[in-house]
Design a protein around this ligand. Structure first.
Ligand code: BJW
Length: 228
């Protein structure tokens, strides 16, 4: 049966073969730095310079990084699919859009955007951020931060995501450990809506048993094969 509505959730694993670090794999980001220092509002309040440094380095690290066949396959699926399609990524890199995806939500924000914690202004930001910067909108210094969603903060576009999950008949989670909520609960939302649920990952995750179907392997191989 051809599905009439597809929701795809991607995580760090889809960008791993492009050279972007994952978080919880053996040499992942959280093995090198404490998430409480760089991915919480409290960490930012304590030491904004350390947080800026962390994200400035990751922004610079995107130079020369390109989408891989898994990103390309999802963009191609979106182009040729007639039904409702939504790609929800937890990733803050821009590899999906660079591969051609357009029906895309960055639920955890974007590395190439800045948010003013004073006035709420959000805008493109491709250079470094620093404590000294003043917001271009409200002119207040010291409030500029990466436009990313930290622990304890509300991810973006949740209403639209839950609506799509409630209506989908195919849900595919790709390259995510399924440990961070609310994304970790999307499979259950889709399942309750009657969707067929699929996990594509390098290896089994703690939540694999909750999916109707699982396939293991490198995203660059199993994603193109799955969307064929
Ligand atoms: C490959 C591969 C290859 C490798 N091919 N695969 C207790 C219970 C429930 C919830 C909570 C709780 N205590 C606290 C919470 C809430 C908290 C949470 O979930 N904590 C858990 C850790 C317990 N969540 C939040 O605070 C969120 N907000 C929130 O809940 O608001 C309230 C709310 C409630 C209800 C509805 C709506 C809102 C916010 C979470 C923000 C997460 N932020 C980060 C940082 C963002 C910026 C940045 O990038 O720096 O987001 S943390 C980090 O984890 C990042 C990621 O997007 C996220 C998910 O990680 P991901 O993508 O799954 O990566 P990994 O590394 O974990 O997994 C990689 C996978 O790829 C592995 O499985 C590999 O096998 C695989 N892989 N190579 C295919 N080649």
């Amino acid at each position: 049966m051809t599905p009439s509505s597809i929701v795809i959730l991607t995580g760090a694993g889809i960008s791993a073969e492009s050279g972007v670090d994952t978080f919880r794999d053996k040499d992942g980001i959280w093995s090198k730095i404490d998430y409480r220092d760089v991915a919480t509002p409290e960490g930012f309040a304590r030491d904004p310079a350390q947080v800026h440094d962390f994200y400035n380095q990751r922004r610079r690290g995107m130079t020369g990084v390109t989408p891989n066949p898994a990103h390309a396959a999802l963009a191609e699926l979106e182009r040729r699919y007639d039904g409702d399609f939504l790609l929800v990524t937890q990733n803050i890199d821009d590899l999906h859009e660079r591969a051609g995806s357009r029906k895309l939500i960055h639920m955890h924000g974007e590395l190439a955007r800045a948010l003013c914690a004073n006035c709420g202004n959000r805008q493109e930001w491709n250079g470094d951020l620093s404590v000294e910067l003043a917001c271009p909108s409200c002119n207040s210094p010291g409030f500029m931060r990466p436009d990313v969603v930290w622990f304890g903060e509300m991810p973006y576009h949740m209403e639209r995501i839950y609506e799509a999950l409630g209506n989908c008949d195919l849900f595919v989670a790709i390259g995510t450990s399924g440990t961070v909520y609310p994304a970790a609960g999307f499979n259950e939302e889709a399942r309750m809506a009657g969707a067929h649920t699929v996990e594509l990952n390098l290896e089994a995750t703690e939540g694999s048993y909750r999916f109707a179907e699982t396939q293991h392997g490198k995203a660059s191989e199993i994603v193109p094969a799955f969307v064929e």
